[in-house]
Each structure stands twice: as structure tokens, then as C-alpha cells.
Design a binder for this molecule. Structure first.
Ligand code: 5GP
Length: 120
């Protein structure tokens, strides 16, 4: 079972404009911004605007429109960042043992270099 959504998590605060972020893209369903501690030359986070704790929560509860809008936004952000030619990685850490620290679903987009088998 997924934990209840915490309205004070940092990404909720970014969505409400209470914390600054370097926005790279925004639409009805998604917001994308640069990770504050980049692990690759390009490291962007894409989050849904809805209150979803994790990939697990989102994939179970989000509407088809939210899932489609968010998924398309992730692809669009990567294309607009110029990552398609060289390739990139999309990753969603999920849950405690999955390395998730912020309890609002976020897709990491990594790129701009040759990525190894894992980014630990
Ligand atoms: P997780 O480990 O939950 O998958 O990833 C959380 C990510 O959010 C980390 O890469 C971390 O650097 C990033 N992060 C945490 N707090 C902030 C913040 O306030 N602003 C931004 N832009 N990124 C953050």
C-alpha cells in the first residue's frame, strides 16, 4: 500500500510556486525542471501536476488523460533538450528500497554523456 500524499513535499511546494526551480517545460499535466544536484550533464525531473506519491500510485490511480499527458511530456522534454540523437535514460525510483527520496512521482531524465549500466 502506498503512503498518503504529503502536501508539504518539496515538489508539491515547487508546483505551488513556494520554492523556486529552473523550469524547462510546463503544460496542463506536467512540470519539468533541472535537478538541483545533477548526476549527468543533463539531469531533468518531470513531475505530474496531480498528487501522486510514486510511479506505483500514478500507474494505478491516474486517469488515462493524465497518464497520456505526462508520458508525452517526458518524451517532449527529452526531445527539446536535444537528447534523442545521442540517447538518454528515463528513471523513476519507486519506494523506500527503490531509492525514492521525494514522495511525489518524478521521472529522472539523464543525458548528455555516455551513460553506464546504472546511475547509483
Ligand atoms: P529521488 O531520489 O527521490 O528519485 O530523487 C529526488 C531528486 O530530487 C534528487 O535527484 C534531488 O537532487 C532532487 N531534488 C531534491 N530537492 C530538490 C529541490 O528542491 N529542487 C530540485 N530542483 N531538485 C531537488
Amino acid at each position: 500500500p502506498t503512503q498518503p500524499y504529503d502536501d508539504n513535499n518539496v515538489f508539491a511546494r515547487i508546483l505551488r510556486g513556494e520554492l523556486p526551480s529552473k523550469t524547462v517545460y510546463e503544460d496542463e499535466h506536467a512540470l519539468a525542471f533541472h535537478d538541483i544536484n545533477p548526476l549527468a550533464p543533463v539531469h531533468i525531473l518531470v513531475i505530474p501536476k496531480g498528487r501522486y506519491v510514486s510511479w506505483d500510485d500514478f500507474s494505478e490511480k491516474a486517469s488515462d488523460a493524465e497518464i497520456a499527458g505526462f508520458t508525452r511530456a517526458v518524451g517532449k522534454v527529452a526531445r527539446e533538450a536535444g537528447l534523442v540523437e545521442i540517447g538518454y535514460r528515463v528513471m523513476a525510483n519507486t519506494g523506500l528500497r527503490g531509492g525514492q527520496e521525494v514522495p511525489h512521482l518524478h521521472m529522472h531524465i539523464f543525458g548528455g554523456t555516455t551513460l553506464g549500466p546504472m546511475l547509483a
